[in-house]
Design a protein around this ligand. Structure first.
Ligand SMILES: Cc1ncc(COP(=O)(O)O)c(C=O)c1O
Length: 362
């Protein structure tokens, strides 16, 4: 007998790099280039001046944050679950809702953490190929069409890394067609385009919508995410969470999250700005010969007919521009480029022009 026989062995998720060099234009993890709402600094200043509040455990129900989110989304506080980033929320949801023996389904090209959670929680899964034009086809997720029951379904809307949004009517087909399992719609990027599935909640008991503060609210470093669903789903989720760790949301995260939710005007201004920059960046990329998938997110997914993804990634890196590249065969020539400030995107365009000129000369 060897102790290693009793070890849970998994291949962990590979997160995008966090480089140390401040000169790098960092467009590899879909962070927001703008600071969080001004109220966030006020909260942090107050905490700094009175650290004695940290003596006590935080509110395990995150009541003020949950109430603010409920008001914003037009649901009851009992319909909100908060966690340490949406990664924590989704991982908990996998553990809670995907307990059946049937396989859960998600797209073959999607957020690569889904398969990691399925592995670590020992949940059987199957990936469903996107169409030729990189879209989710709702029929592929319907037991009535495939002839096989599902243990659950999860997909991001808009999808990542494609950036393509699924229309609400198609999301509804997937939710309505899976009454015997939970369907999780991961809306990490919904604030930049696409239609939220929240209006479907009163109609469907099996729908869970997950959101994050990491992208549109500029708070990736604080780790805040939430789920919205009917009260029964949320209470099951809370029961599992409270069986692991009551105090996942620390005091600072609760206060900072609240300050962000309370500033809707700043939030809108910030997301509008990013969408405007994206809508200028896409035609400029196309002008350089790139094929760009239609993005409803704060990133674009693009490839160039003359340069491989590997090569372009390396050449951008050599010129201090960091973007994300995936090695799966269908998307290995694409790069995922986060939308930064106008100045950053301008600089990326000049760098790409330079690389393409070099390539044409050789
Ligand atoms: C589709 C999708 N879901 C969830 C997440 C996790 O976000 P966080 O844990 O920062 O809330 C990401 C992060 O990149 C993502 O792309």
């Amino acid at each position: 007998m060897n102790w290693e026989n009793n070890v849970l062995r998994v291949t962990p998720y590979t997160a995008g790099e966090q480089p140390k060099d401040p000169e790098i234009i960092k467009l590899n993890t879909n962070e927001n280039p703008y600071p969080p709402a001004p109220g966030v600094s006020r909260v942090l200043d107050e905490m700094e001046h009175d650290p004695s509040k940290m003596r006590l455990y935080p509110d395990m129900d995150s009541t003020l944050l949950v109430e603010a989110l409920a008001r914003r989304e037009g649901v009851s506080p009992a319909q909100i679950f908060v966690g340490v980033g949406s990664d924590d929320v989704i991982s908990m949801a996998f553990m809670t809702f995907f307990r059946g023996t049937e396989k859960i389904l998600f797209p073959d090209i999607t957020y690569s953490f889904y398969s990691v959670w399925a592995e670590v929680h020992r949940i059987p899964y199957e990936t469903v190929p996107l169409t030729e034009d990189y879209r989710i086809r709702p029929e592929d997720y319907l037991p009535a069409v495939t002839g096989r029951p599902n243990g659950g379904v999860i997909f991001p809307n808009p999808n990542a890394p494609t950036g393509i949004a699924l229309p609400l009517a198609e999301v509804e087909r997937i939710v309505a067609g899976n009454p015997d399992s939970v369907v999780i719609v991961d809306e990490a990027y919904i604030d930049f385009g696409g239609e939220s599935a929240l209006p479907l909640l009163p109609k469907y008991e099996n729908l869970l919508v997950v959101r994050t503060f990491s992208k549109s609210r500029s708070l990736a470093g604080m780790r805040i995410g939430y789920a919205v669903g009917n009260e029964k789903l949320i209470s099951y989720l809370k029961d599992v969470k409270f069986s692991f760790n009551s105090y996942t949301m620390n005091l600072a995260a609760q206060k900072v999250g609240l300050a962000s939710v309370e500033d809707e005007v700043y939030f809108r201004a910030c997301t509008d700005r990013i969408c405007e920059t994206r809508d200028r960046f896409v035609p400029a990329l196309q002008e350089l010969g790139f094929e760009v998938l239609p993005s409803s997110a704060n990133f674009v997914f693009a490839r160039h007919p003359q340069i491989s993804g590997d090569d372009l990634l390396a050449q951008l890196r050599a010129r201090k521009v960091l973007v994300r590249h995936f090695t799966a065969p269908r998307i290995r020539d694409f790069l995922r480029i986060t939308i930064g400030t106008d100045a950053q995107m301008q600089s990326v365009l000049l760098t790409l022009e330079d690389i393409l000129r070099d390539a044409a000369d050789h």
